[in-house]
Structure formats: structure tokens, C-alpha cells
Unconditional design. Structure first.
Lengths: 453, 449
């Protein structure tokens, strides 16, 4: 990276950087990829809802039409008595009433999804009306976005009660997808508890789409059913099951089908013979649960991992600087005993244990920001450990938080204004200054100007 | 681009058009029609003689069929509406692949949980936070029953032990970051039981109470807090205590008509004077000039509006200002940043995301990869308010300085990265790239920004 030689056109470079920044400035308040699922999901759910409505209509209308024809024929030929005809008509009515009930549910769901989509577009529109990041409206929008991301994260981890109560507290039920994730979590939990029934039902609901996406979920579930039969030594049933559900897919999944056949010979007592032993492993249930989650997310067009993760991994890096985990700074901070012996604040007798590592950190920060600044978010307890392994932000220019930098004899650099202010505040005699971090007192004459290019 | 109609506006209009398109409710109406037909036929059959059955049923065939046909036609309309919606979405919000193929945060669940719990506490969402902590702990115990004992061990009694462990592990983690097993074992320590959520919650509850009082223009609790922590505040160089006391004086000065406090000897100008004698004077050496200004204003009291002291007595924004500096100091004394770090990180993440996406696209199309894991390969500009550390980029090498490559000041006062300086050296001497002066390597000094 490091090339020697004095940059010939520093001015030109900085101009370019400015231009780049300006372009970015106008773009940054637009909804980003994080908001993509917000609108896509209602659309996918609308289509899914439509498919199930279509299926109900198809199924029940064929039944009614056929029965009506039969009944008419029967009554013309006189095969059916009056009572038979009434019974048949009652049957048709029962079917149609059932269909009406199901369709009403679908229609309500459709209205709800349209409402949701509208609410979400208006929510995103709000952001489009905000033009700069410094706008107060941007802040409240961004806070709501974080709440959305947190709810999404909680739902994906199955913390449903937390997600629901946060969404209610923040009045944003239209902006989060609790029902979708709860349904997903239920199937997932049933798999983790060793039941394939719910997952198979889901597969049959989404047969077409699963086939289209080439998912092996159903096959894997059928294999698991077979494995359980073998485990319980119901070998005849296992063979029948395999004939029906596994043999037809031998060409698609040759390895698994082979192993499955081999399982019969090995049964459960050959724990150590691979690959058969792993088929009996209880960890397969977790694998199936993950497989199901993946298939379900894919079908709904949702990202595979929480959106909060994406926001965090890009945000942590953008905020992180080499100083955030610097040993230099940590040591200097340890070297200095906190000026106050009364370490705890009165309201928080236990604060030491609450934030052990952060204790000294705020002291260190006097050195890097203005006299009473806030602690850097990456240095703050919440994120410090989390940010440890992410790369720090790239900067092509120095960014100094202070002007008129002066170097102290101990090598520390501060802005002149802040040194003066601190000296007054500490009631130092004229001609003396005090190090904001270490508390050392120096002659003002010993300071030198520093030039940062 | 800029002159075009904003995409979301277009999308919203497109969505509004969907309102008028057919919905599934039409199918419900048609099914209802069929039910009516069937019911009528059934009643007719049940009431009349055998012979007329056939004709009733034959007459039923066509209306039922056409009703089913209109159900299906309705469905076509509904499907068409959905298709339009899909097109509108594709036009205004085309599907883009996520900027990451793998989840960089996958192994960090305990840490993220902790960050979320602290965020919720900080936002004052105490009940959500406690639900969340319960759910996280329940799922942990469910996943790994063996760890239950471990969690139980970390009781309140051995806080100190837990603390030292945590610190030790933290250092260990730094050294063995590559070693997967040790990383996991030390992240375990960052679970929610080490959060001490109770104390945090108590602290934040105190903070919220004081902020609420400040909103209600009651400065008392804040002043008490500042006084109790005056040593730490002073060490931080904060003048919060004085600012609060000063505002209290100003507030009393304004009298019952403005502050709504009881009209007695503790309020109004005399109350303010009395308060100044009790509370303000102890700040006298340091804030001499402020105090004399406040006192002098008493003389101008009848006509304060036209006096030179007017600005000091404007309280419109004062309570808000004092409240935000209170929040900052309170959090800083806890070692926490004043704004929720999770909020800042998520916001910065959203701002940096376009850059990340652009970068991933280019990397994908070229099939290359950035090899330096320590530093991002692209710039992610953030607003000034999101810069917390001074950053020094060596003007020659364009590298950011780090512990290993610190900034060095050469005798003429210019600053370069250490590695740059080493490369500039001919023997032990170098010439400054920015001015004619020369220097010795031994005269260069490391600086701490």
C-alpha cells in the first residue's frame, strides 16, 4: 500500500473526495436494501394467499359441480329418491358454506396484506421526504428502523414475546411480520422436538413452489420418517415407506437413497459405522429444522440471516477506528489512577460490576474528543467486544476533532482551546497547563505546535 | 435521476391504483350466490312432489355453472392485480442481492443479545427488556441444559470474580482470536448474566426519573445527582453542576408568574438571591464572572428584557440543553456513550450500506478479493457527528496510523506515519517532504492524538 513520493495533486484528490461525498450525501436518505423485504413480503404473502384461495375454489367447485350433475342425472332417470336429492343438496350446501368460510378468511387476509403494504410504502415515503441525515425526522425514522430490525432479529431467534411487546410498545405492528415468523418458529420447534408432521404439512401447502426451487426438504423429511421406522425396528413399514417416498427419487438423490437402503442392514446397533451412524444422530433434527427455515425464508424472499446483522457488520466497521481497540490507549488509561477516589456514582453503588471494562475508558476519551464529549459507540460496553473482529473504516484523509493542535512534552496532542479551558477549570496558575488524560501539569512554554497535513 | 419523480412516490401511486382492482371478496359474493341458488333448490325439492325434482335440478345446472365461472373470472382479476403489484415493485424497488454471501455476525449471538438488552434498557423499555432477557435465558437453558449450573454460579455474591474473569478472558480473546474454540468459550462470558441487568436497569431508571423531572422543569433531582457526583464530574471537566444551579437561579428569578412555583420567600427575585447565597457562591472562584453577572442582573430586574443580561435569562431551550448534557454526563460516568451505540451502529450501517453494495458488486464481477482483513477496502463516509476519534492518515503513504505504525512528529512539526519515516530515511537522516528542513530519526517523536 505505502508508496513513497509526494502526492503531486493533493488538491485535486481532495476535490474528488468532496464530489464523491456530495453524491453520497443526496443518496444516503433513500431506503436501502434493508427495506427490500418490507415490501416484498406482503407481496409474496398475497400471492400465497391467492394460491390457497384458488386451491379451495378448485377443489370445492369440482366437487359441487360433479355432485350436481350426478344428482340431476339421478333424478331424471329416477334412481334417486326425493330424500336422496335433498341429502345431496345439503352436502353441496355444506361444501359451499365451508368454501365461503375459507374464502372469507382469505379475503380478509388479502385486505390486511394490502393495508400492510400501503402502511409500509407510506413509512418508506417518510424517509424520502427527509433530505439530510441531520434532520430530526431522519433520527426518528432511523430509530424506528432499528426497532424494526430488532423485532426481525428477535422473531428469527424465536423470542416471540419480546418481539411482540416491542412492536406493540412502538406501535408498529404493520411494519413487522410477527405471524409469518411465529408460524415458521412453530414448525421449527416441532422439528427440533422430533416431529415431521407439521413440516410435511407445510411442504404439501407449498408443493409447487418447493418443486420449482428444487428444494430437497420433503425428501429429507421422508428419509427421517424412514430412519425413525428403522430405529424402532419396524422394518416392513420402513420398506413400504421407502418404496413410496424414497425410491422414486433415487435418481435425484442417489447417495442418500443408497445409504437409506444400507441402513436396513445396519440398523441402530452399528453406531460406529459411517455413514450410517450419522443417520441415527439426533443432530439430524437440528439439520432438518435449519433446512426448513432456509426453504421457508427462500420461498418468502426473505434474507437468510437477520437484517440487523447486515446493518451491524457494515455499521460497526464504518464507525470503528484503530483507536477503538488500541493497546496503547488502553495501557495509558490503566497507567493513570482515576483522579477521584470515590469511584462509584451515588446512584449506582454497583456500577463497577455493571461495566467493568468501560470504567476507565471514558477517562481515556478525554484525550480524543472535546472536553465533555460522549463515549464513542464502539468503545462503549455494548459494542466493544462485538466490534473486536470487524475491520475498521477506511479513511483517505485525516479527520481531526480539534484545531490548533499542541503537543505536550509527554507526546500527547490536544487542541489549544481545550487545554486553556481545562487549565481555567482546574484553577491552575497562569503559564501552566494540565494533561486532560494523565493529569500531569506542564509549563505552557513547553508546548509546541503540531502540523497535520 | 434527480429530476425524475421519486421512486417511492411512483410506487405509492401504483399501490393506490391497486385499491380499485378486484379482490377476493368478489369471490365470496359469488359463492354466496351459489349458496342461495342451492338453498332455494333444496327447499323447492323438499317441499314439492317427486316428479318436478328433475326440472328443478336441470334448471339449477346453468346458473350454478355460470356463478362458478364468474368466481373464476374474479380470480383472474385478482391475480392480475397481484401481477401489477409485482411489476410496480420491480420497477421502483428491484430485487438486489444482499451485499453479503455469508453472515459475518453469525457466531456473535450472545454479544448481539447483550447489546439489544442494553439498548432496550437505555431506551427505557424496561418491560420489553425483561421479557427479552427471560426469553434469551430460557432458550439458552433449553439449548444447552449443561450450562445451567454455570449461569447459576454467577450469582450476585461473586461479582468481583466474574468481573476479573471477564477481563482476563477479554485479553485472552484478543490473543487467540484465530482459535475458534477459545473465542467461543470467551464469548460465552458475554451472555446476559454478565450484563447485571438489574443494576443497569436501576441506573437507567434513575436517569429516566431525573429526565422526566427536568422535562417538568424540576431541577432538584438533577442538582442533587450532580452534587453527589461532583468529584467525577469535575474530573471529566464538566460544568454540569454549575449549569444546573445557574438555571435554578434563573428559574427562581423569573418568579411565580413564569415558573408556577408557590409565591413565597423562596421564589422570585428574593428567593433567587437567597438561593444564590446558599448554593451559587460555593462555585465562586471558578465561575466568578458568571456569578457576578447573575447577581448584577438583579439590579436590572424591572427591565431585564432591555438589559445586557437578557440572553442569560432566556430559558426556552435551557431545560432541553441541560437535559441532554445531563444524559451525556450520566452515561459517561457509567462508561457508556450518551446515544445508544446500537442505534448509532445501525444508522451508520444503513448509511454505509450503499458503499458496501457497490464494493461487493465490483468484487463479484472481477472475482478478486480484498486481502487486508483489518481495514475496509472502501470509504464509508459518515456525518461529522458520527466521528468520535481523531483520525490521522499519513499524507505520504495514505495509511491510517495504528499501534504498529503510529504517527511521528519530526523536528519541523510535521507529522508522518512511522513506516513512511523509515522509508524516507537515508541512513539516519531524512528530509521533510513538506518543508526544506532535515532531521534525524532519533529526533522524531511518537505522538498520541
Amino acid at each position: 500500500m505505502s508508496q513513497l513520493g509526494i502526492p503531486s495533486s493533493l488538491a485535486a484528490t481532495s476535490k474528488l473526495v468532496c464530489l464523491e461525498r456530495k453524491k453520497w450525501y443526496t443518496k444516503r436518505t433513500l431506503p436501502s436494501i434493508q427495506d427490500q423485504p418490507l415490501l416484498r413480503l406482503p407481496y409474496e404473502l398475497l400471492r400465497k394467499n391467492f394460491r390457497s384461495a384458488h386451491y379451495h375454489i378448485e377443489w370445492d367447485s369440482n366437487f359441487v359441480k360433479d355432485l350436481l350433475k350426478q344428482t340431476a342425472n339421478g333424478s331424471v332417470t329416477g334412481k334417486l329418491s326425493q330424500q336422496d336429492v335433498v341429502n345431496n343438496l345439503d352436502q353441496m350446501l355444506a361444501r359451499m358454506n365451508g368454501l365461503k368460510r375459507k374464502l372469507t378468511a382469505c379475503a380478509e387476509e388479502e385486505n390486511r396484506l394490502y393495508r400492510q403494504a400501503d402502511a409500509r410504502v407510506s413509512h418508506l415515503r417518510e424517509l424520502a421526504n427527509v433530505h439530510t441525515v441531520d434532520d430530526v425526522k431522519y433520527e426518528s425514522w432511523s430509530r424506528q428502523r432499528l426497532d424494526r430490525l430488532i423485532v426481525d432479529y428477535m422473531l428469527r431467534h424465536g423470542y416471540t414475546a419480546s418481539a411482540t411487546s416491542l412492536a406493540q410498545e412502538r406501535e408498529m405492528l404493520e411494519l413487522v411480520d410477527i405471524d409469518t415468523f411465529v408460524a415458521m418458529a412453530n414448525v421449527r420447534t416441532s422439528l427440533q422436538n422430533g416431529s415431521v408432521t407439521e413440516a410435511l404439512a407445510w411442504c404439501s401447502d407449498n408443493k409447487k413452489e418447493l418443486r420449482k426451487s428444487g428444494s430437497n426438504l420433503e425428501f429429507m423429511l421422508r428419509c427421517q420418517q424412514y430412519i425413525e421406522l428403522v430405529r424402532n425396528l419396524k422394518l416392513i413399514e420402513a420398506i413400504t415407506h421407502a418404496k413410496k417416498y424414497i425410491i422414486p427419487f433415487t435418481e435425484t438423490y442417489p447417495t442418500e437413497a443408497n445409504h437409506i437402503a444400507g441402513l436396513l442392514a445396519h440398523s441402530t446397533h452399528t453406531h460406529h459405522v459411517e455413514p450410517y451412524a450419522s443417520y441415527f444422530s439426533p443432530s439430524r433434527w437440528q439439520m432438518l429444522a435449519d433446512l426448513f427455515t432456509e426453504a421457508n425464508l427462500k420461498l418468502l424472499g426473505l434474507p437468510m440471516f437477520p437484517l440487523l446483522h447486515i446493518a451491524l457488520s457494515s455499521g460497526l466497521s464504518a464507525l470503528k477506528t484503530p483507536a477503538c481497540h488500541s493497546r496503547e490507549q488502553n495501557q495509558s488509561q490503566q497507567g493513570k489512577q482515576p483522579s477521584s477516589s470515590a469511584n462509584g456514582i451515588s446512584t449506582a453503588p454497583n456500577k463497577k460490576s455493571a461495566t467493568p471494562e468501560a470504567q476507565g475508558r471514558d477517562k481515556e476519551h478525554h484525550g480524543t474528543a472535546s472536553l465533555t464529549t460522549s463515549v464513542c459507540p464502539i468503545c462503549s460496553t455494548e459494542l466493544n467486544a462485538l466490534a473486536r473482529n470487524v475491520p475498521y473504516a477506511h479513511h483517505s484523509q485525516s479527520h481531526l476533532l480539534e484545531h490548533d493542535l499542541m503537543i505536550l512534552p509527554n507526546g500527547r496532542v490536544y487542541g489549544k482551546a481545550r487545554l486553556d479551558e481545562y487549565a481555567t477549570m482546574s484553577s491552575l496558575p497562569p503559564g501552566k497547563i494540565k494533561d486532560l488524560v494523565t493529569g500531569q501539569i506542564f509549563e505552557a512554554d513547553s508546548l509546541r505546535k503540531v502540523f497535520i497535513t | 435521476m434527480a429530476t425524475e419523480k421519486p421512486k417511492l412516490e411512483v410506487l405509492q401511486e401504483d399501490f393506490q391504483k391497486l385499491q380499485k382492482l378486484p379482490r377476493l371478496s368478489a369471490a365470496v359474493d359469488n359463492v354466496d350466490k351459489i349458496i342461495q341458488l342451492l338453498t332455494a333448490a333444496r327447499n323447492q325439492v323438499a317441499e314439492t312432489l317427486d316428479s318436478s325434482n328433475a326440472s328443478v335440478l336441470l334448471k339449477l345446472q346453468n346458473p350454478v355453472k355460470s356463478a362458478f365461472d364468474s368466481v373464476n373470472d374474479g380470480l383472474k382479476g385478482v391475480a392480475g392485480a397481484h401481477k401489477k403489484m409485482g411489476k410496480a415493485l420491480d420497477k421502483s424497488f428491484p430485487v438486489k442481492p444482499l451485499p453479503m454471501d455469508h453472515d459475518a455476525m453469525a457466531g456473535q449471538v450472545p454479544l448481539i443479545n447483550r447489546a439489544i438488552a442494553m439498548h432496550l434498557l437505555r431506551e427505557g423499555q424496561f418491560s420489553v427488556a425483561s421479557t427479552f432477557i427471560e426469553e434469551v435465558q430460557a432458550s439458552r437453558n433449553h439449548d444447552t441444559p449443561a450450562e445451567l449450573d454455570e449461569t447459576m454460579d454467577e450469582d450476585d455474591d461473586d461479582d468481583d470474580d466474574a468481573e476479573t474473569n471477564e477481563n482476563a478472558n477479554e485479553d485472552e480473546e484478543l490473543d487467540d482470536a484465530d482459535d475458534a474454540t477459545s473465542t467461543t468459550s470467551s464469548t460465552e462470558n458475554y451472555d446476559l448474566s454478565s450484563l447485571h441487568s438489574k443494576e443497569l436497569q436501576e441506573n437507567f431508571a434513575v436517569m429516566y426519573k431525573i429526565i422526566q423531572d427536568l422535562k417538568a422543569k424540576n431541577l432538584g433531582p438533577a442538582i442533587n445527582w450532580a452534587r453527589a457526583n461532583s468529584v467525577e464530574l469535575e474530573a471529566r471537566g464538566s460544568n454540569l453542576e454549575f449549569e444546573l444551579t445557574k438555571l435554578q437561579y434563573v428559574w427562581l428569578f423569573k418568579g411565580p408568574a413564569v415558573n408556577g412555583l408557590p409565591d413565597d420567600e423562596f421564589n422570585g427575585r428574593f428567593g433567587a438571591l437567597r438561593y444564590a447565597q446558599e448554593s451559587l457562591l460555593r462555585f465562586s472562584p471558578r465561575y466568578e464572572s458568571d456569578i457576578s453577572e447573575l447577581a448584577a442582573a438583579l439590579a436590572y430586574a424591572p427591565n431585564l428584557e432591555e438589559s445586557p443580561y437578557r440572553p442569560t435569562f432566556v430559558t426556552e431551550t435551557a431545560f432541553g440543553d441541560v437535559s441532554s448534557s445531563f444524559t451525556r454526563e450520566f452515561c459517561s460516568l457509567l462508561g457508556l456513550s450518551a446515544e445508544s451505540p446500537l442505534y448509532l451502529a445501525a444508522t451508520a450501517g444503513a448509511l454505509a450500506l450503499p458503499q458496501l453494495m457497490k464494493y461487493t458488486q465490483k468484487v463479484r464481477s472481477k472475482g478478486t478479493e480484498w486481502t487486508t482483513a483489518n481495514e475496509l477496502a472502501f470509504e464509508t463516509p459518515l456525518p461529522k457527528s458520527m466521528l468520535y476519534h481523531s483520525i490521522f492518515v499519513c499524507p505520504v503513504s495514505k495509511d491510517q496510523t495504528t499501534d504498529a505504525n503510529p504517527p511521528m512528529m519530526i523536528p519541523c512539526g510535521h507529522v508522518l506515519a512511522k513506516e513512511t519515516l523509515q522509508k524516507l530515511c537515508k541512513g539516519t537522516r531524512f528530509k521533510c517532504p513538506y518543508c526544506p528542513s532535515e532531521g534525524h530519526m532519533k529526533d522524531a517523536r511518537q505522538i498520541i492524538l
